[in-house]
Design a protein around this ligand. Structure first.
Ligand code: NDP
Length: 401
């Protein structure tokens, strides 16, 4: 029997735990630990009702390495699946090193007091993980995650070299709220208000947040405005495919969302600098998170689809070619299956698949790895089997935006 310890009991965890519980022959023993036990209990109740599966739940503050170590020592899981927040990544990796336990996450480390994310902090663990003989799989969500796999898959099957990579993330879902975020509001707002950054001519080009916009005709959705942003997978993809000349990340936003965000920014509600409020120190963005709808509560109301994918141009036998690989996910179908909206679903399913490949030792090597460093084929196959079917089409021309 190989058990897994999931840390965090939010929107993404809800999906991963449900998917794992539905595959009880592979995930024989699931332990769910998070800061608020009530959220663990809610997931436990739901998987019992849906799949008649029993999971163990307990309270854990993963900022405390010793607490995580003692839970790992008690249950001896094969793998820790970190679905808490990026702030916990290094502490959980430390606990995994101490206990020689494998590790997986969906987002790279970010210090709480600075809105900055990069892989350096986690890549610094490569040697220690190798020496201890344990594996860490970084970014096993959709973006990062599946987008990295799409890139490796395109290169493996269609191109000799990649020249230009565009990652396109469209969410056409409508949750009926005037303003809400699809995953953790604090992490989401820190990400979208950061400077845009893309790779061209062997250097990063930095610009203001959400200023560069183009319209794109998404399959099954139609024309949407998408905005140039910075996303963490660009950093690992240009490292592992050094031939890439240009790499960009685009995300769609509705006008209403952007208007609310602008107002919130202008009045200081997205700031992470602590302020004094009636004698208590509060961080405006943390307070905003408290009053915004909880992303895991959006599932019931959200209608529409997501379309996330990669458009990759390069050469095959010296001929220019362009391929678009994408997944379409329907919010309502996700809710019917596991009780979540598509953003949690598109992240939670790849986390389950990454875990499955590690458990089956198909993706298995000591060290710290990004998704594109493994054979993409088994992951692509499992996406098709577990609710995230993908499609690759050849485009007549490379993108001109
Ligand atoms: P949520 O806020 O819904 O859930 C986070 C969970 O982690 C909560 O249950 C929270 O507990 C728990 N948690 C926070 N701090 C601690 C701690 N110190 N110890 C133990 N548990 C803790 O977030 P999401 O589910 O939306 O996102 C989860 C992760 O997935 C994030 O890292 C996010 O960045 C990532 N993500 C990745 C995507 C991808 O495609 N790669 C896309 C979307 C998200 P509490 O309930 O007490 O707050």
């Amino acid at each position: 029997m190989q058990s897994v310890l999931v840390i965090g009991a939010g929107g993404v965890s809800h999906v991963t735990v449900h998917k794992m519980a539905s595959l009880s022959k592979i995930f024989t023993d699931i332990i769910l630990a998070s800061r608020t036990i009530d959220k663990c209990l809610k997931i436990k109740k739901s998987v019992k009702k849906k799949y008649n599966a029993d999971i163990t739940v307990l309270e854990l503050d993963a900022d405390n390495v010793n607490e995580t170590v003692s839970i790992i020592n008690k249950f001896k899981p094969f793998l820790v699946i970190n679905l808490a927040l990026p702030y916990q990544d290094l502490n959980i990796m430390d606990a995994c090193l101490i206990t020689k336990t494998h590790y997986l996450d969906t987002a790279n480390y970010e210090p709480k007091d600075e809105a900055k994310f990069e892989y350096k902090w986690q890549w610094d663990y490569i040697k220690s993980f190798e020496e201890k003989g344990v594996m860490a799989l970084l970014g096993s969500g959709f973006d990062p995650g599946v987008t990295n796999v799409f890139t490796a898959y395109t290169k493996k099957h269609y191109l000799d070299c990649i020249d230009c990579l565009d990652i396109l993330d469209c969410n056409d879902g409508d949750h009926g709220h005037p303003f809400a975020t699809n995953f953790n509001p604090e992490i989401n707002i820190r990400e979208v208000t950061s400077n845009s950054k893309y790779w061209e001519d062997k250097q990063w080009k930095i610009g203001p947040a959400l200023k560069s916009k183009v319209s794109f005709n998404f399959p099954e959705i139609g024309h949407k405005n998408m905005y140039l942003m910075y996303h963490e997978e660009l950093e690992s993809l240009i490292k592992h495919f050094p031939e890439i000349k240009k790499a960009r990340f685009w995300m769609t936003f509705g006008d209403k969302y952007l208007k609310y965000l602008e107002v919130l920014e202008n009045i200081g509600m997205t700031s992470i600098i602590p302020i004094n409020h009636n004698g208590a120190e509060i961080v405006p963005l943390e307070f905003l998170k408290t009053i915004l709808p909880n992303p895991s509560s959006l599932g019931e109301k959200t209608k529409g689809k997501t379309c996330i994918g990669t458009i990759i141009s390069g050469k095959k036998n010296n001929t220019e070619k362009t391929f678009y690989t994408y997944n379409i996910c329907n919010h309502e179908e996700c809710f019917d299956e596991v009780g979540s909206q598509a953003i949690s679903y598109t992240t939670g399913v790849p986390a389950m698949i990454g875990a499955m490949l590690m458990l089956k030792k198909i993706w298995f090597k000591p060290g710290v790895w990004n998704m594109e460093q493994f054979n993409p084929d088994p992951f692509m196959e499992l996406l098709n089997q577990h609710g995230l079917p993908t499609k690759t089409i050849q485009l007549k021309n490379s993108v001109n935006f």
